[in-house]
Design a protein around this ligand. Sequence first.
Ligand code: QUE
Length: 356
Amino acid sequence: MTGDASEEVIIRREGHAGRITMNRPKALNALTYPMVVAIHDALKRWEQDPEVTVVILDGAGDKGLCAGGDVRAIYHSASEGSGFARKFWADEYRLNAYIRRYPKPYVAFMDGIVMGGGIGLSGHGSHRIVTERSQLAMPETAIGLIPDVGGTWLLAHAPGETGVYLGLTGERMRGAGTMFAQFADTYVPSSRLPELAAALSEATEPSAVGGIIARFSEPPPPSELASHAEEINAAFKFDTVEAIRDALKAMDTEWARKTLADLDQRSPLALKLTLAAIRNARTLPSLEEALNVEFRLTVRLLEHGEFLEGVRALLVDKDRSPKWNPPTLAGVTDEMVAQFFSPLPEAEALALKAPT
Ligand code: QUE
């Protein structure tokens, strides 16, 4: 079971650690379908292997852990229908839920950029480590999608309206902000990660992992996010995106103007679905239920065309001028939102269930 550097993900044992290294550094380690399968298989093997006491996830290269899902592959598959996208998202979300239920410590080194699908692989882990280089985000509304991979669940459990703000604007979390939003647990300087991995690989019991990590923990550098909590809660408490925009306009501060400009770049349809999905996730009993709803929304955003237009404009043609449909918030009716949330036909639905 030796690692092969030509693989998209390097899976190997190092002492008592099962190690997963995302290995597409030229694509910021964006998560492909074969990587989803390889990671799930490795985790299943290590679950049964008494020699493995801890799993460590990290990324090759110096940019970050993972930029997101390989949305370009989904874009290029779409001319043949939604089959590949459905398979990709269903198996990715199943992996996200499995990570949350994993019976051994799952340690994610969230160094550098960690977005979208990268959050799905790390944010549900038992030990989430950030560094001075970490930039975490759920940026999907920019590409006509909703924050998926359990993003609506994580955002729903961030304090106050922080998650609504992060999910709608796609704003990046750094330093202390990652922990304030409850997307990370521990700050460790990036230069100490190799030493931490070596120490973890010597853990003879899963129960030793927390204490090992604590030895490397330092106070995180301050960030802007918590300092804006009051403005965030005041502007993002409303039930409609229109009311949130009005509140930002009335604030007339530098922060409010920047936030408004961010929102206005994003898909009106994705914004309304994201607001409803995060609020809805607060009422759900489990991550699995949130993933099942996310699947309805992502599949329908693909078939509607919004997601393809977003990927085209931001990642393929790179003209940064998506033609959103509808083009304005006013065009997105409550009926349209309700239609997106309605259950898929039983044979097409993702039906993940929380363990009882
Ligand atoms: C929103 C997103 C993604 C994004 C940009 C957004 C996303 C994603 C990537 C990405 C980035 C670099 C790559 C790549 C994909 O960008 O999900 O293959 O090399 O994966 O604004 O949701």
